[in-house]
Design a protein around this ligand. Structure first.
Ligand code: MG
Length: 308
C-alpha cells in the first residue's frame, strides 16, 4: 500500500491512496500519524480502502504535498553505510550504531524551503531511508523488530558541516560545536516526501537505490542542471533496520509515527574535492526507488518569511 499526504484546499490535511496509475484516491482519513496510533491502524485503513476500488484518482501534480508523517521523535543513525564511512579520511566502521536526533520542528514538506541558518557556510544534503514505526517498540529483540515497522519514507538529513565539526568544512580558526544539535536539528533540516510505502512492498536488505542531486541556482556554474551527488543502495547499510530498532529500543521507546533516519551513502558535498555546499537559490532532490522523491529550494535565513 502506498499512501500520499497532502493539503486539500477544502478539507485540509488528507491522506490519499496512490493507485496503479500513480493518481491519488482521497481516503476518509486526515493523517497517517493519526491512523498509526490507533490499535491495528494500517489493517483498519486497508479495510476502509475496499469500497473505494475503481475510484478515479486525482492528478498528484495539482496537490500540495505534506510530509508523509508527523513524527514525535526522529532518531538518526550516523555512519551507517560502508562507502560513506570510507569517503571521510581516517574514519572507522562504528562498533555500534552512532545515534543522534532531530526535533519535529526540522520536518518540512516537498517543495518547502530549507532555510540556511545564520552563521553556517557549509550546508549539505544526505538522502536517507526513513523507517516509520507502526507499533510501540520497547526492548524489542532483533527477531521481532520488523513487526514494529509500518513502512518507509524518503528524508533528507540536511546538515551544517562546519557546526558538525567536519574538517573539510572548517575555515582557519573555526571549530565545530563539539556535538551535532545545531548542525543537524536546525529548523527545516528534515525535508520529508509525501509518500509512505508499507513495509511489505520494499526489501531494504536486498537493496533499494537511493540518490540525490544538487541543482545550482541562477548565476551559479551549471545553473538549472541536476548534478548527481549520491547514488547508493540500502544493501550497503552496516547495521540493518532490525538491528537498529533492537539497539535504539533498549533505551528509547519508539512510538507509532516515530521515524528512524537510517544513514546516508557516499557522495555528500563535504567530501567532494573541492567541497560542494548548498547556497541560497540552489535546489536539492532526494529520491528512493519504489517510494519517490523530495525536492526543496535553499533560502538564506534573511529570506525566511517566518521571521518571528
Ligand atoms: Mg544522516
Amino acid at each position: 500500500m502506498r499512501l500520499f499526504s497532502y493539503d486539500d484546499p477544502d478539507e485540509g490535511p488528507t491522506l490519499g491512496l496512490v493507485d496503479a496509475a500513480d493518481r491519488i484516491v482521497p481516503l476518509p482519513a486526515y493523517s497517517l500519524s493519526a491512523e498509526l496510533i490507533q490499535e491495528d491502524g494500517l489493517a483498519d485503513l486497508r479495510r476502509r480502502l475496499k469500497p473505494l476500488a475503481g475510484s478515479i484518482g486525482l492528478n498528484r501534480s495539482n496537490l500540495r504535498p505534506l510530509p508523509a508523517v508527523e513524527p514525535g521523535k526522529i532518531v538518526c543513525v550516523g555512519l551507517n553505510y560502508r562507502d560513506h564511512v570510507a569517503e571521510g579520511a581516517g574514519r572507522e566502521v562504528p562498533e555500534r550504531p552512532l545515534l543522534f536526533a532531530k526535533f519535529p520542528s526540522t520536518v518540512i514538506a516537498d517543495g518547502e524551503p530549507i532555510v540556511r541558518p545564520e552563521g553556517t557556510h557549509a550546508l549539505d544534503l544526505e538522502v536517507e531511508l526513513g523507517v516509520v514505526i507502526g507499533q510501540r517498540a520497547r526492548r524489542v529483540p532483533v527477531q521481532q523488530a520488523m513487526e514494529h515497522v509500518a513502512g518507509y519514507v524518503v528524508v533528507n538529513d540536511a546538515s551544517a558541516r562546519d557546526w558538525q565539526g567536519n574538517k573539510a568544512a572548517l575555515r582557519d580558526g573555526e571549530k565545530g560545536d563539539g556535538q551535532w544539535l545545531r548542525a543537524k536539528s536546525s529548523d527545516t533540516f528534515l525535508p520529508m516526501g509525501p509518500v509512505f510505502v508499507t513495509s511489505d512492498e520494499l526489501d531494504p536488505v536486498a537493496g533499494i537505490r537511493l540518490r540525490s542531486w544538487r541543482i545550482p541556482g541562477p548565476g551559479r556554474p551549471g545553473a538549472g542542471e541536476a548534478q548527481p551527488m549520491q547514488d547508493g543502495s540500502t544493501a550497503d547499510m552496516i547495521f540493518s533496520i532490525p538491528e537498529l530498532i533492537a539497539f535504539i529500543s533498549r533505551h528509547i521507546t519508539l512510538e507509532p509515527g516515530d521515524v528512524i533516519a537510517t544513514g546516508t551513502p557516499s557522495g555528500v558535498g563535504v567530501f567532494r574535492d573541492p567541497p560542494i555546499f548548498l547556497e541560497p537559490g540552489d535546489r536539492v532532490r532526494c529520491e528512493i526507488d519504489g517510494i519517490g522523491s523530495v525536492e526543496n529550494p535553499i533560502i538564506d535565513w534573511t529570506e525566511d518569511s517566518r521571521q518571528h
